[in-house]
Design a protein around this ligand. Structure first.
Ligand SMILES: [Mg+2]
Length: 414
């Protein structure tokens, strides 16, 4: 079998409400690039990458000169062909490689009549549990719904998600407001949902001393881990000396070199594997193997996925034996998806791993066209800007926090 064509289409899919984070905001939607790899046997594989637009589509157009005529089964060779580590000084194509790996695994699964999880070693579980992934949110610009700014709003949002989807692990994305205020919110959440498990992620915008203060103040909570409280392996190592809970990262251990450094001089206890950041599902499986050897914890990271990437997270979560935490997903914040059959459904806080051949998802062409047109109308948005604070630049460590009394609603295209 040979690759005959590669197509990339940028889409933007609305969220229920804009999601606030330490660097800015998801302005009410995600922008993603949907990749289709075609073959001479009529099988098409699907991939997905974060971000989009002309530059992202051009990256995949350029990959045609590398990959057309190649066998999609030669995945290890493809890594060196388009993301050779010595050439990556000039061409960082890790995320493009990931999208193409997803698509090639999808092709192979379809050709061999097996789900991708079977190619990766076989399912150890049929459903992958997920955490609720709570954000501070601006109101929906159209109808004013969905604001999450106060402890009461946060607790109400968490209760609603738990009732609707069955989550028993809750992740709060912080780094938006001063840590004292976010501590109040996190405590309110933990006492309202006593018996559940919790995790907090300020996206590494605290000083080491703030991280230690916050970490010591949440010891009474049943924490899965404290995620990226401070930037860098050295900062994490200093915080870890003073904290009595696991530290996790999706920021400073995102490749094998960093994983090795973390094993030789430990700074992080739990590695959040991201099928995009690591360059595919297979590198994540390999990294999980290293973590198993050294008894590091493993979880699945979310970088704002639609259904294709969610399928990669499900196949990953199904095959790694040391997945000891619920996975993260932004997915429940989306109002729609571009796959056939609509959005994946949660059952008791978990999502069933697809069992159809390949990734187990197909494109809904009408939805792809609808959200491609929406992207053409709205364009991209600055992920690292806050729509209500023009001119704001967050520092690391940050001290330019948002004001929790500010109840304005951003007027942004939606
Ligand atoms: Mg994180």
């Amino acid at each position: 079998m040979k690759i005959t064509d590669i197509k990339a289409t940028t889409v933007t899919v609305p969220l229920a409400a804009p999601l606030r984070h330490a660097n800015g905001c998801h302005w009410g939607r995600f922008v993603r690039t949907i990749v289709e790899v075609e073959t001479d046997e009529g099988i098409t594989g699907l991939g997905e990458m974060g971000g989009g637009g002309e530059s992202a589509e051009a990256v995949f157009r350029a990959m045609k000169t590398y990959l057309v005529g190649r066998d999609p089964a030669r995945l290890e060779e493809m890594r060196f062909l388009i993301a050779n580590p010595t050439a990556s000084l000039y061409n960082n194509r890790t995320q493009a490689l990931a999208a193409l790996e997803f698509a090639c695994l999808d092709i192979l699964g379809q050709q061999w009549g097996v789900p991708v999880s079977e190619i990766l070693g076989g399912r150890l579980q049929d459903r992958v549990p997920f955490a609720s992934y709570l954000f501070f949110r601006y109101p929906n610009p159209k109808d004013g719904s969905g604001e999450t700014r106060t402890p009461d709003q946060l607790v109400a949002e968490a209760r609603e998600l738990k009732a609707r989807y069955g989550f028993t692990s809750h992740k709060l994305k912080g780094g938006v407001f001063a840590p004292e205020y976010e501590l109040e919110c996190y405590h309110a959440l933990a006492s309202a949902l006593a018996g559940d498990r919790f995790r907090f992620d300020p996206n590494a915008v605290w000083s080491t001393e703030q991280a230690i203060w916050f970490g010591q103040a949440i010891e009474d909570i049943r924490n899965d881990y404290l995620e990226d409280p401070v930037l860098g392996l050295s900062g994490m190592r200093r915080a870890r000396e003073k904290l009595r809970m696991p530290l996790a990262t999706n920021t400073v251990v995102v490749n094998f070199e960093q994983l090795a450094a973390n094993i030789l001089d430990p700074a992080v206890d739990v590695i959040l594997l991201d099928t995009t950041f690591w360059g595919g599902i297979r590198p994540c499986v390999k990294a999980a193997g290293v973590c198993e050897t050294f008894q590091l914890g493993v979880a699945v990271h979310s970088s704002g996925e639609l259904g294709i990437q969610l399928a990669t997270m499900l196949h990953l979560g199904a095959v790694i034996p040391n997945l000891s935490f619920a996975a993260d997903a932004h997915y429940h914040h989306l109002v729609d998806d571009i796959i056939e059959g609509g959005k994946f459904e949660y059952e008791d806080g978990a999502i069933r791993v697809p069992t159809a051949p390949g990734l187990g998802v197909k494109l809904n062409r009408d939805k792809l066209a609808e959200y491609s047109e929406l992207y053409q109308r709205l364009g991209s948005y600055p992920y690292d800007q806050d729509p209500l604070r023009p001119g704001w630049t967050p520092l690391v460590p940050n001290n330019r926090w948002a004001d929790p009394a500010d109840d304005r609603s951003p007027q942004i295209p939606f």
